[in-house]
Design a protein around this ligand. Structure first.
Ligand code: IDP
Length: 149
């Protein structure tokens, strides 16, 4: 079953949107298999956002992600990587559709509330960067046959 890495960024945690954001993935039909509230080290932030190292916003992004707690999560389900990106919305919340997390709660690209892996390779890399194997829980929700044919 496909898995993706999602993280509620410091703005989402500070704005008390953790429950609201988790609810959207739960009610869609995805399964939570890893969850932790944590402070992010500079080393982890710089590795996670390594592809943006040369961008002008990189230093500010690392400062922001390390400034307050983050909720790191792994979600499982059919098509969860691409579907989570749709639920999250476009990178700039001003371009995100209403109904998406960023579209409903954000106005600024530097405060866009949540991260989601963008492809199968990055999902795998990010899950193993943020979580140890033993922190992930393999389980079968009782409702699975009412969500999947
Ligand atoms: P994504 O989070 O939608 O996948 P990416 O392009 O991978 O978007 O950018 C990673 C993160 O970097 C964004 O979520 C946002 O927090 C930050 N970011 C991207 N572009 C800008 C910018 O122009 N100014 C400030 N922050 C930015």
């Amino acid at each position: 079953m496909e898995r993706t890495f999602l993280a509620i960024k410091p703005d989402g945690v500070q704005r008390k949107l953790v429950g609201e954001i988790i609810r959207r993935f739960e009610t869609k039909g995805f399964t939570l298999v890893g969850l932790k509230l944590m402070n992010v080290s500079r080393e982890l932030a710089e590795t996670h956002y390594g592809v943006h190292r040369e961008r002008p916003f990189f230093a500010g992004l690392v400062d922001f992600i390390t400034s307050a707690p983050v909720v790191a999560m792994v979600w499982e389900g059919e098509g969860v990587i691409a579907s989570a990106r749709k639920i999250i919305g476009a990178t700039n919340p001003l371009n995100s559709e209403p109904g998406t997390i960023r579209g409903d709660f954000g106005v600024n690209v530097g405060r866009n509330l949540i991260h989601g892996s963008d492809a199968p390779e990055t999902a795998q890399q990010e899950v193993s960067l943020w979580f140890k194997d033993e922190e992930l829980v393999n389980w079968q929700p009782a409702l699975l046959s009412w969500i999947h044919e």
